[in-house]
Design a protein around this ligand. Structure first.
Ligand code: UGA
Length: 438
């Protein structure tokens, strides 16, 4: 099939290469010429395992190409995926739908043949219906330019795998034709036995925001338990293991620590609450405000623990922050708990050095006040405190004895509870964990 993917950010770039991998003819579209040039030259615009290989494969097959021209895209595709970002509005909790409307306004006036426009972005419920009306109004072909919704559940770091082998496919459609087209698009994925959920537009939009809200709630739940554990000397990891054995609860997403960040969970729970308020049912989702509060409190708790470890004063102390990205295997620093903590430490007068295997270029431009150190060894040398905030594999492989020899004081605060605390303690380190005794 001939498919366009509009928006080549995180979601779009991965979707485009995976659609080409699935055997379709794919045209990736973006108004950012630099991004399009990079993709066309085989350079992935961000770090994501597996993406460069699939990009190269798609380009070499001749089935994947890129353009900045919306009119060309309209002529090319029988299915157009909308993959633009829906960030948080500045000064508000609501989602900013500007890019989505701009994409439809650029594409629809050129739709002269029947086609399917499929939204993948995370949106406030009701957006798809409004966009369906807009497409039909702007497209010369009218209502024969149909609209469907198909939320995406990929995780950064596993984006390619999640797209090629998703847990489920969810489509919101208004008729059988759209569903039949989407079944053809996803035929290779369906052949793997992937569950297929076909529903109305509103439910499909809600599946996405509900899923992310549930995941965020799960993390804040275990972080709230970590606070109780800290107050009682209990162990949050054992607690998570024990409750996680109940299959109704499940162990995943119960890792306590500095909390969730990134370009999705934080803004999605806020936008969901804001949308519920617009709908007059805000109180149904008031709990998401608490989920957010508990999450942000972990960052302050981490700073408190660092201060306490350093004897009550951060000013003038050297703190090395291990990890800048919001999670490992990504170069994404959007709403990264690590960098928020680093900025809070800096504000209290600490000398902060930040290390990250992939996220330093982004950190340097967004956080000019932080000292970014490329070499892990140099980053640790002379430190008064190591603060482990992103669970990169590389940090788990550090030799505690070797690092101890280079720091000023062997103090470790593991804000992800991911390092082998026993090993570090055996090498002479004073170790502090969140929600568990060292
Ligand atoms: C999240 C969802 O997991 C995806 O299903 C969804 O498609 C995506 O948002 C999206 O809406 O696009 P992602 O933001 O890539 O994916 O990252 P997650 O793996 O969900 O991690 C989010 C944050 O939670 C990270 O900062 C991570 O460190 C933190 N986390 C995760 C915890 O603190 N504890 C856990 O147990 C799990």
């Amino acid at each position: 099939m001939r498919i366009t993917v509009i928006g080549t950010g995180y979601l779009g770039a991965v979707h485009a290469v995976c659609m080409a991998k699935a055997g379709h003819e794919v045209l990736g579209v973006d108004q950012d010429a630099a991004k399009i040039d990079a993709l066309a030259a085989g350079r992935a615009p961000f770090f994501e395992p597996g993406l460069p290989e699939l990009l190269a494969e798609g380009l070499a097959s001749g089935r994947l190409s890129f353009t900045t021209d919306a009119a060309e895209a309209a002529t090319f595709g029988e299915v157009h995926f909308l993959c633009v970002g829906t960030p948080q509005q500045p000064g508000s909790n609501a989602a900013d739908l500007r890019h989505l409307h701009a994409a439809v306004e650029a594409l629809a006036p050129h739709l002269h043949r029947p086609c399917l426009v499929v939204g993948k972005s995370t949106v406030p419920v009701g957006t798809a219906a409004a966009l369906a009306a807009k497409v039909a109004e702007l497209a010369p072909v009218g209502a024969a330019a149909e609209l469907a919704w198909n939320p995406e559940f990929l995780r950064e770091g596993f984006a390619v795998e999640d797209t090629l082998r998703p847990d489920r496919l969810v489509v919101g459609v208004t008729g059988e034709h759209a569903e039949e087209v989407l079944r053809r698009v996803y035929a290779p994925v369906l052949a793997l036995g992937t569950p297929w959920i076909s529903t109305d537009l509103a439910t499909s939009e809600l599946v996405k925001t509900a899923a992310n809200s549930f995941l965020a709630t799960k993390i804040s739940f275990i972080n709230a338990m970590a606070e109780i554990c800290d107050a009682t000397g209990a162990n949050v990891t054992t607690l998570a293991d024990a409750i996680g054995h109940d299959v109704r609860i499940g162990r995943r997403f119960l890792d306590a620590g500095v909390g969730f960040g990134g370009g999705c969970l934080p803004k999605d729970i806020r936008a969901f609450h804001a949308r519920a308020q617009e709908l007059g049912v805000g109180s149904a989702l008031d709990f998401l405000e608490h989920v957010d509060t508990v999450n942000l409190r972990q960052r302050a708790r981490t700073v408190d623990a660092a201060r306490e470890l350093l004897g009550g004063e951060l000013a003038g102390r050297r703190v090395t922050v291990l990890g800048a990205t919001f999670k490992p295997d990504s170069d994404d620093i959007r709403d990264s708990p690590s960098l928020h903590v680093a900025e809070l430490l800096l504000a209290e007068g600490a000398e902060v050095r930040v290390h990250d295997p992939e996220g330093l270029a982004n950190t340097k431009s967004a956080h000019p006040g932080l000292e970014c150190v490329e070499s892990l060894e140099d980053a640790c040398t002379g430190a008064d405190l190591l603060l482990h905030l992103t669970a990169w594999q590389q940090y788990q492989e550090l030799d505690p004895a070797e690092v101890a020899a280079s720091v000023r004081t062997p103090l470790l605060l593991d804000g992800r509870n991911a390092l082998d605390a026993g090993r570090w303690a055996a090498a002479g380190w004073t170790v502090r964990l969140l929600g568990k005794p060292a």
